[in-house]
Ligand binder design. Structure first.
Ligand code: HAM
Length: 420
């Protein structure tokens, strides 16, 4: 026997039993986004590699080791499956001059690809809903986006998601901080791990992001970014905090919070849960005022966030969410040459009347078809044989409550099912 082919490691099928949860989430998210005036944008999953190198940053885990990159053999171009959506969204905004009509509130959702070590909550193909406000200076819109997050958790009934915020300051203040941090880390060179040593001069802020427990103490003693902030960044961070207080959104300031992507400045934040173990972050984002220029556009302020759909769905599946029960209204069983043909048109007429109708496929006796009708969860069996076909009627049998089988016209049956 030939070996069955399996899916690529870290890339999951969403099976029919899981689909209702995905659809429930997607519907909730669409309603929530429109409440805040966000409009959809869809970008390709494949982009030129250079886009991600320039935006996410050369010395980041994503660009250094997690991208699915390959050469297009036809023209030698290096292409990459998108590891995130912000870079593509900004690229599209520049390419189509979207800000010409004023600032834009945009969202996208879809698969992203990162070659990480798969484990629960961490996949190689995962899904994000990304929300980007392009052309708005801070901090109101930053606060609005944080409040949006809080509202979504509330609407989904997720009460145990915590918010941590920080500010990375302007690029000038980051430069000052960087110099101080490098000096400190150099003073502790003997205690740095290999990753930290490598990053010490190329991207020292990321040393603070290390997950290595052996690095915890060095990191805890490092200088704090907050102490180097310029007046503008400080004021903006304080306004953000007061807007969040007004909105009643609880937060903690985490001065060590840095992000895994280089394009951020000023406010950054992460929403985390204690229910997902190591993959605790369900949503994260911040301001990225330099990104438009970095990828060749006119400068424009912007901020956004993205949530990890699989992680949120895991929380929902473990919690209160119950699959909405939407069985078919009618299951059409049929036999005989004329009966089969007539049943075919009966099913369409039921759908024309707005009902959900399953047409039995695959033959079998009336008895076996009735068993199938029953196990499908449908409310009624619609039975069509040659006799019914000759008279233009159907037989209707309730499946979920007691009741006799009755014979009636198709339109009458549709009305009865709808009213029941
Ligand atoms: P990120 O922090 O890299 O940010 O990803 C956002 C979220 O995607 C994470 O918090 C997590 O929930 C989910 N996620 C990331 N990697 C994986 C994975 N391998 N498996 C499952 N879920 C994952 C960004 O991507 C930025 N583009 C966010 C943003 C938008 N910033 C501004 N605008």
């Amino acid at each position: 026997m030939t070996q069955p082919i399996q899916a690529v490691r870290g890339m999951n099928d969403v099976l029919p039993a899981e689909s209702p949860l995905w659809e429930f989430f997607e519907d909730s998210v669409r309603r929530w986004l429109s409440q805040y005036g966000y409009r959809g944008i869809r970008m390709p999953v494949l982009e030129k590699t250079e886009l991600f190198v320039r935006s996410i940053g050369e010395v980041t885990d994503i660009v250094e080791k997690e991208m699915y990159t390959f050469v297009d053999h036809l023209n030698g171009e290096s292409l990459t499956l998108r590891p995130e959506g912000t870079a593509s969204c900004v690229r599209a905004a520049i390419e189509h001059n979207l800000l010409y009509h004023g600032p834009q509130r945009l969202y996208y959702s879809g698969p992203m690809f990162r070659h990480e070590r798969p484990q629960k909550g961490r996949y190689r193909q995962f899904h994000q809903v990304g929300v980007e406000a392009l052309g708005f200076p801070g901090p109101e819109v930053d606060a609005e986006q944080v409040v949006m997050g809080a509202r979504l958790w509330k609407q989904l009934g997720l009460g145990d998601i915590r918010l941590e915020i920080n500010t990375l300051g302007s690029s000038a203040s980051r430069g000052r901080y960087r110099a101080r941090l490098v000096k400190y880390l150099e003073g502790h060179a003997a205690r740095l791990d290999e990753d930290a040593k490598r990053r010490l001069h190329s991207n020292p802020l990321r040393v603070l992001d290390s997950k290595n427990p052996a690095m915890r103490e060095v990191i805890a003693g490092a200088p704090r970014m907050l102490d180097d902030l310029d007046e503008g960044s400080l004021q903006s961070f304080e306004s953000l905090q007061s807007l969040l207080r007004v909105a009643g959104v609880a937060f903690e300031i985490n001065p060590r919070l840095v992000r895994g992507l280089d394009y951020y400045n000023d406010a950054v934040y992460e929403w985390t849960t204690a229910r997902l173990g190591a993959q605790a972050t369900v949503c994260a984002g911040g301001r990225y005022d330099g990104l438009f220029e970095q990828i060749g556009g006119k400068p424009a302020p912007a901020c956004g966030f993205a949530m990890g759909v699989e992680r949120i769905l895991t929380l929902l599946a473990d919690g209160r969410w119950r699959e909405p029960h939407a069985p078919a209204d009618a299951y059409v069983v049929h036999a005989g040459e004329k009966g089969d043909r007539f049943a075919w048109s009966v099913a369409e007429r039921l759908r024309e009347a707005g009902l959900k109708a399953i047409f039995h496929c695959g033959g079998g006796s009336f008895k076996s078809q009735m068993k199938r009708a029953d196990s499908s969860g449908a409310r009624y069996a619609v039975i069509v044989g040659d006799d019914e076909a000759a008279r233009g009627t159907i037989s209707l049998k309730p499946l979920r409550q007691p009741g006799e089988q009755i014979t009636l016209g198709v339109d009458e049956a549709a009305a009865l099912i709808r009213a029941a």
